[in-house]
Design a protein around this ligand. Structure first.
Ligand code: TXA
Ligand code: MG
Length: 323
C-alpha cells in the first residue's frame, strides 16, 4: 500500500491503478471512498473482499461530469434534472433505472443504479483521469465507522488497498443523502450530507418509507433480496436424486464435478479466483434465467473471504423456493 499526497502526478498514478483493476482509497467531501473501476466486475468485486462485507450491497458509481449520468441511467424526470443542476457536484446520490453498461455486481443484480458526482477536486481529477465511473463504498471494514481522514483508512484497510490518496479531512463528514426515483415518486433512502429541507426547497415534497437496503426492517424485506426467477438449490447427491428428470442449469465454482446430464453448465472461475467468481455470480444467474430451465443447482463455495457474501446471496435465493 502507498499513502500518497494529492499531487497531480500521484493522482495520475492512482488513476492508472484504477484503470488496471486495482483499488484506490480517495477523499470525497463526505467520507473517503474505496474505489475501483465501476465497469470492471472483477475489480469491483475486490471492494467486497477488502471490506469483508458478508453480503453484496449495491455500490455507488462516482462520476466526474453531469453528462455521464445519461450513460449509466435512463430516466425522464424534470425533478431529477433540477436536483442534478442544483446539487451536483455534492453529497447527493441518485438511484435511477440503469443502462446495460452497468455490471450486475454494481447493482447486486437490481435494475437500478446509484450515481453521484462528488464535490471534491481530488475525487473529480481521479475519476476524470481514470476515464471510468468509480465504484466506491465508504473506505472502512464492514461494521466500522466511515473514514473521514486518510489515517482512518490506513487503520481499517491499510494492507487491502493499492493506493490511499491523502486529501486531509472530509468537509462534510457524513455520507451522501440517497434519493430514489421509484414509480414517479422521489423517496429518501438514506438521510445524509444534504438536508431534506434544502431538497424540498427545490422540488416538491419527497417521500420516505422505502426500506434502506442497508438497514432492512426485517430479513427478507430487503429490496435487494435477489433471487432468480427460476428455483435455485444447492448441488448434492440428495438433490440430484430429488430433481432427476428436471432440466437443470448447473453452476460450479472451479471445475465440473458432477457428470449428471445438465442442460447448461457454467463455471464461476476456472482459476478458482473468488473475485472472479463474485464478479460472475449475478451475471450467470441472469443468463440462466434466459434459458428454459426448471431449476438451477449451485455448488456451494467455501464460506471464507468473498465466499461468505456469495453463499449469503445463494442461500437467500434458495430459501425463497423452500416451502
Ligand atoms: O457519501 C457517500 O455516499 C460515500 C462516498 C464514498 O461517496 N459512499 C457511501 O457508500 O456511503 P456506501 O456503499 O457505504 O453506501 C451506499 C449506499 C448503501 O446503503 C447502498 O445500499 C445504497 O447506497 N445503494 C447503492 N445502490 C443502490 C440502489 N441501486 N438502490 C438503492 N440503494 C442503493
Ligand atoms: Mg458505508
Amino acid at each position: 500500500m502507498k499513502l500518497l499526497d494529492t499531487t497531480h502526478s500521484n493522482i495520475t498514478e492512482a488513476a492508472e491503478v484504477i484503470r488496471t483493476g486495482g483499488l484506490v482509497a480517495f477523499p470525497t467531501e463526505t467520507v473517503y471512498g474505496l474505489g475501483a473501476d465501476g465497469l470492471n466486475p472483477v475489480a469491483s468485486a475486490k471492494i467486497f473482499e477488502a471490506k469483508k462485507r458478508p453480503t453484496f450491497n449495491p455500490l455507488i458509481l462516482h462520476i466526474a461530469n453531469k453528462d455521464w449520468l445519461k450513460r449509466f441511467s435512463i430516466y425522464d424526470d424534470e425533478r431529477i434534472n433540477r436536483l442534478v443542476e442544483i446539487f451536483w457536484p455534492g453529497p447527493l446520490t441518485l438511484v435511477l433505472p440503469k443502462t446495460d453498461l452497468v455490471p450486475d455486481i454494481i447493482t447486486s443484480g437490481n435494475p437500478t443504479v446509484a450515481v453521484r458526482m462528488p464535490n471534491h477536486k481530488v475525487a473529480l481529477e481521479l475519476i476524470e483521469k481514470s476515464d471510468v465511473p468509480i465504484a466506491a463504498p465508504s473506505a472502512n471494514k464492514f461494521g466500522h465507522l466511515s473514514p473521514t481522514t486518510a489515517q482512518h483508512v490506513v487503520k481499517s484497510l491499510g494492507n487491502k488497498v493499492d493506493i490511499i490518496l491523502d486529501g486531509g479531512k472530509c468537509s462534510v463528514g457524513v455520507e451522501s443523502t440517497i434519493l430514489e426515483l421509484h414509480d414517479g415518486e422521489i423517496y429518501m433512502l438514506r438521510p445524509g450530507g444534504l438536508s431534506k429541507e434544502k431538497i424540498e426547497k427545490e422540488i416538491d415534497k419527497i417521500k420516505s418509507g422505502r426500506t434502506n437496503p442497508n438497514k432492512p426492517n426485517a430479513p427478507g424485506q430487503l429490496p435487494f433480496h435477489y433471487a432468480p426467477s427460476i428455483p435455485l438449490d444447492f448441488l448434492s447427491e440428495e438433490n440430484l436424486k430429488k430433481y432427476s428428470g428436471k432440466k437443470i442449469g448447473a453452476l460450479f465454482f472451479e471445475e465440473i464435478k458432477d457428470k449428471a446430464n445438465f442442460e447448461n453448465i457454467k463455471i464461476l472461475s476456472s482459476s478458482g479466483n473468488m473475485n472472479e467468481a463474485a464478479a460472475n455470480l449475478f451475471r450467470f444467474l441472469h443468463e440462466f434465467e434466459k434459458e428454459s430451465l426448471d431449476l438451477i443447482l449451485v455448488e456451494p463455495v467455501k464460506e471464507e473471504g468473498l465466499g461468505v457474501a456469495i453463499m449469503d446471496r445463494l442461500k437467500k435465493a434458495a430459501a425463497k423456493y423452500q416451502s
